[in-house]
Design a protein around this ligand. Structure first.
Ligand SMILES: Cc1cc2nc3c(=O)[nH]c(=O)nc-3n(C[C@H](O)[C@H](O)[C@H](O)COP(=O)(O)OP(=O)(O)OC[C@H]3O[C@@H](n4cnc5c(N)ncnc54)[C@H](O)[C@@H]3O)c2cc1C
Length: 458
């Protein structure tokens, strides 16, 4: 497989992506981690830092960064898939606010490690601007700021922008206002994950690539070449989790797809803005997300690709010409300065993991030694770091501020069996896509979408 072709990011990592040696046979470790994305590698990193004597082995089916960690939009943000009000309803206002503050600190922590480990990943803390381009979107922007402030956040965390302020950051067509938060950095995601893999190796962690795990059980991760026996086994497989025995309904793999333009001339950037390399989005229902890359491209993505029956994950699902065309069209609508032929040079995609109640979680079952983290939806770049630090504390038995956060030990319900799962996820997606189209056409809020979001537990 040509791993470089999996994303624009993996094609620009300055290394040949030659797989590390696979597991050769049975082995022993203190902790075995399944999956070398951010979750697995951050966990290994903080464990090795806290106890350099620990024998830590990471088993990866392909190469480090093969999954979403090597393909994402590069928003290292304080976004958490469960909203602040939903967290407050479930766990109380204080716990919800602690979770949000922990996410904000996590963005800074990733930046600290990037500097400390000299991870060459174009990190830049420029915040996020989320545009409102219709009356309905403006209503949602206002509501979001009011809700955030009612739950303890301040103007230093999230502010409402008027049309001129929003356009000064990101001069998209038809901007009527928006919101801005400073709690987000842009990153070259594949350089981050590949740099992390090297950082953990420097600290004595063993990483085996091209080593698919066929079963996880108490005390071992099993592969065709042999088993790694360890008292603690960490599942860090996110969107690929349903491929493991017994885990079919733990998360639904939902695809997010991206395009990247050619490097844009300075005069185009002068018209678009994003001078601080702010990540950008708008207040529609079906998420879109973009960043100005360090080499002057727009990298832009969105959901909208179908969920595949039986939670299947296949390389061919990464490519959905209809969605790429829609992304290109949306970019052209947002930024007429790109001209009638938006100069797209790369297209790619990948699966992310959605839990039935839209709640990310992290935990360790002390009785079995089985640990997990995931269900980040599209907000895993920073959250995985919090997960890694939390798992390290749980595994080492340290009671900390992190182990007390409300997502620790949370067990999401399983997804419905098929065909219900397929019907629900795809029907929800269709309703929200058509609501976004209607809102941009009429300016009025489409209530059906909100109803469906609630039904899907979002
Ligand atoms: C297109 C796209 C855009 C996104 N944009 C953003 C964004 O801008 N900001 C944000 O915060 N989040 C974003 N996300 C989500 C984010 O990328 C993920 O939440 C995060 O990377 C999850 O990291 P992970 O390590 O848990 O999972 P992954 O990175 O998916 O890693 C899982 C690893 O496990 C391996 N694996 C799976 N099964 C096995 C097995 N049986 N044996 C061995 N290894 C196995 C896989 O090969 C893979 O390398 C995006 C996701 C996608 C797909």
């Amino acid at each position: 497989m040509r791993y470089q072709e999996l994303s624009y990011w993996l094609s620009t990592v300055d290394e040949p992506l030659t797989p590390r040696p696979p597991l050769g046979g049975d082995a022993d470790a203190d902790v075995v981690i399944v999956g070398a994305g951010y979750t697995g590698l951050w966990t290994a990193y903080y464990l090795a830092l806290a106890d350099p004597t620990l024998r830590i082995t990471v088993l990866e089916a392909e190469i480090a960064g093969y999954g979403a960690s090597g393909r994402n939009g590069g928003w290292c943000s304080a976004l958490f898939p469960t909203s602040l009000p939903a967290l407050a309803r479930r766990h109380g206002r204080d716990a919800a606010l602690r979770m949000q503050r922990a996410m904000q600190a996590t963005v800074r922590e990733v930046g600290r490690v990037v500097a400390a480990e000299d991870l060459d990943c174009d990190w830049h803390l420029g915040g996020t601007v989320t545009l409102a381009r219709s009356a309905a979107q403006l209503g949602r922007a206002r509501a979001e700021v009011a809700q955030a402030h009612a739950h303890g956040l301040t103007a230093d965390d999230l502010v409402l922008l008027d049309a001129a302020e929003a356009a000064a950051r990101c001069a998209a067509d038809g901007v009527r206002g928006g919101t801005y938060t400073p709690h987000c950095a842009v990153v070259h995601p594949a350089r981050l994950v590949r740099g992390l893999a090297r950082a953990v190796e420097r600290r004595g962690v063993t990483v085996h690539e091209r080593t698919p795990v066929t079963a996880i059980r108490a005390g071992a991760a099993v592969t065709p070449a042999g088993a790694v026996r360890a008292p603690v086994v960490v599942r860090a497989t996110e969107g690929y989790t349903p491929g493991l025995p017994g885990q079919r309904r733990v998360v639904a793999p939902v695809y997010s797809l991206m395009v990247a333009t050619a490097p844009l001339p300075e005069e185009t950037w002068a018209r678009i803005g994003l001078a601080e390399r702010e990540t950008f989005s708008d207040h529609r229902h079906v998420i879109i997300y973009g960043q100005r890359t360090a080499d002057g491209r727009l990298a832009f993505g969105g959901r909208g690709a179908p969920y595949h029956f039986g939670s299947r994950v296949r390389p061919e699902f990464d490519r959905e010409p209809r969605v790429f065309a829609a992304l290109r069209r949306t970019l052209g609508e947002l930024f007429p300065a790109l001209g009638p032929q938006v100069p797209v040079t790369h297209t790619w995609g990948g699966p992310l993991g959605v839990a039935r109640d839209w709640s990310a979680s992290v935990g360790l079952d002390r009785a079995t030694g089985l640990a997990w983290a995931g269900g980040y939806v599209g907000d895993g770049v920073a959250t995985t770091n919090l997960a890694g630090r939390t798992l390290a504390d749980l595994i080492l038995g340290a009671d900390s501020d992190l182990t007390d956060l409300p997502w620790v030990g949370h067990r999401s319900p399983r997804w419905e069996p098929e065909p219900l799962r397929w019907l629900a996820v795809n029907a929800g997606l269709r309703v929200m896509l058509s609501a976004d189209r209607a809102e941009l056409r009429t300016g009025r809020s489409a209530r059906r979408a909100a109803v469906f979001q609630r039904l899907l537990g979002h």
